[in-house]
Design a protein around this ligand. Sequence first.
Ligand code: UGA
Length: 438
Amino acid sequence: MKLTIIGSGYVGLTTGACFAEAGHHVLCVDNDERKVKTLLAGKIPIYEPGLEPVVRKNVASKRLQFSTNTEEGVAHGEVVFIAVPTPPQADGSVDLSFLEKVAREIAVCLDSYRVIVDKSTVPVKTGERVAQTIRRYAKPGVEFDIVSNPEFLREGSAVDDLMNPDRIVIGGNSDRALALMQKVYEPFVAPVLVTDINSAELIKHAANSFLALKISYINAISEICEAAGADVEKVAEGIGMDKRIGRSFLNAGLGYGGSCFPKDIAAFIAIAEQLGSPFTLLKEVEKINARQLTRFMDSIREALWLLKEKKIAVWGISFKPNTDDVRSSVAVNLIEALVKEGADVSAYDPKAMDKFRELPVSKKVKLADSPLAAAEGAEALIIATEWPEFASIDLADLHKAMRTPMIFDGRNLLESGAAQTYGFTYRGIGRGVLPAPA
Ligand code: UGA
């Protein structure tokens, strides 16, 4: 099939590349000329494991093409996907101006029937607005249908999530559009759930909110574990063994970050409020999430007293492992808090240091070439992101490198007790303090 994707960000690019890999002829449209040039050269502007070879292969076979021209895009695809940013506004609601603009641009180019699919994460009832907008700006009589087809890909495993999805959700109100959408997804082996547009839009917000709720639930338990002298890792294992609960997304830590959860939870709260059904449970989820970092900073102060002039090493800057994305990263919030209190921060991340350099706080941080170089002479080490390579660092070497051997493990990456046997004082999340042996 001929498909068009408007917006070549994380979602648009990965979706376009995977559709091409599945055999479709895909044209990705983006208004950023520099980005389009980079992509045409087979290079990708983000770090996403496995994506570059898929892009390169499909660009070479001409199944994946790029353009800056929306008109060309609308002429090319029987189905036109919109995957543009929907950033948060100060009050938590979503800025839909990019989406609205693209809807108008598509409308004026429409000559014959097209299915216009919203892939961007949007509040419920957005599809109705997009339909009204296109109707208003399109030539009279031109036919189109609107579909909501939310994405569930995770950064760091986006290609696999797209090629082997748990489910495909298609929200539409027309048989003609639904039949075409079934054809788009024919090459993918996954259950397809067909719904109305509003339900599909809600599924996206409800899924992300539920995952965030699971994280906040275990983080709230982690606080109780610390007070009671229990181990949250064991509690998570114990409750996770119940199939109805499941172990995933029960990793206690510094809280959730990234470009999706914080924004989507705020947006869901905002739209629920607008609809007259306040979602107070989600407000608690946000509060617990923010509290994890506050509690962590308290525990660092409790151990080190004043942070001014203390040399503190931070391992991990990205919002989670296997990505270079630092948007709404809790690790970055943590570094900002340390710098604000006058700490002398040295940090290391395997992939995210270039993106971090674009942030103002980076000017006040030393960026090291390796985890051990960051820890050299440090009075405390913080693990802020659970990159697997940090778990295999030789703890004897680390002990030698540090001035005072103290580890604050914000992601419970190290085995409980492991650091202690090497003479570290170790503090995880929901695991209590394990003092170094006398
Ligand atoms: C998330 C969802 O998992 C995807 O299904 C969804 O498609 C995507 O948002 C989106 O809306 O586009 P992503 O933001 O890439 O994906 O990352 P996650 O793996 O979900 O992690 C989000 C945050 O939660 C990270 O900061 C991570 O460290 C944190 N987390 C995750 C925990 O603190 N504990 C856990 O047990 C799991």
